[in-house]
Design a protein around this ligand. Structure first.
Ligand code: IPE
Ligand code: IPE
Ligand code: MG
Length: 246
């Protein structure tokens, strides 16, 4: 446990785990080697954030745009997902972690879809932390899906358009029922969202660092939490209102 006080621990952390390819390239190795090393960091990160008391962890594993990578990289990533899920589901289950996938899973192979359903079913009742894995996920896809569902409800006469508000909308997104992320972390040096959670990041605190994902250590995870604990979240109010509530 680090020196972090419990009160400042974010309830929901989301992470863009970026930099695997460059990490491998620096070592004159194929990109797939970087992804393999990245899985080890992912395992450490899940264990760390669960240990410090984070309740929801959402990891960006594969974006809807990542299909545009060379076919060889895409297939090595799919293999790695399969293998990692098989290998780590029992361990996560033992740690009482619930696994959930968000994203368009129908594009995955039947085997991978089955593995995903198995991991979700096996860990479904676990209570320590929810691990959301964003795979074939895009923030715009999520919003468009929600719009479609709402439009259908209106068309069927089950929803009055006047009742559509931010809560009704959020209830149709893939993270419905989960509090919005408090802290967003992106490793790998880029300062962008890359179509990750768009709606849900409205008031999230952003933390960017240059460290490539395979090198992201527990010390740096603690640094991100320490930085978060120094932020003042104002939600439109003044700083004085936050210091003296009411
Ligand atoms: C992130 O690392 C992992 C995935 C997108 C699956 P990258 O593969 O994007 O690594 P860089 O950005 O090329 O270094
Ligand atoms: C975002 O990283 C997606 C994941 C980490 C899975 P990318 O490396 O694909 O993002 P861009 O293309 O550089 O914005
Ligand atoms: Mg990248």
């Amino acid at each position: 446990m680090n020196s972090q006080s419990q009160a400042s621990i974010p309830e929901h952390v989301c992470v863009i785990m970026d930099g695997n390819g460059r990490w491998a390239k620096k070592r004159l190795m194929p990109r797939a080697y970087g992804h393999r090393k990245g899985v080890e960091t992912t395992r450490l990160a899940v264990e760390y954030f669960a240990r410090v008391g984070v309740r929801h962890l959402t990891l960006f594993a594969f974006s809807s745009e990542n299909w545009n990578r060379p076919a060889e990289e895409v297939s090595s990533l799919m293999e790695l997902f399969m293998e990692s899920l098989r290998q780590y589901t029992p361990e996560l289950h033992e740690q009482q972690i619930r696994i959930r996938f968000i994203g368009e899973r129908s594009s995955f192979s039947t085997d991978l879809q089955q593995q995903i359903s198995h991991a979700e079913a096996e860990t479904g009742a676990n209570k320590s932390m929810v691990l959301n894995i964003a795979a074939n996920y895009g923030g715009q896809w999520d919003i468009v899906n929600a719009c479609r569902t709402i439009a259908q409800q209106v068309q069927q006469g089950n929803l009055d358009p006047a009742r559509i508000d931010d809560q009704a909308f959020a209830a149709q997104l893939s993270l419905a029922g989960t509090p919005d992320p408090d802290l967003f972390i992106r490793t790998g040096g880029e300062r962008r969202i890359s179509n990750f959670l768009l709606w849900q990041l409205a008031y999230t605190e952003f933390y960017f660092c240059d460290t490539l994902w395979p090198d992201f250590s527990e010390t740096e995870m603690a640094d991100a939490l320490a930085e978060y604990s120094r932020r003042q979240r104002r939600y439109g109010k003044t700083g004085e209102q936050i210091e003296v509530p009411g």
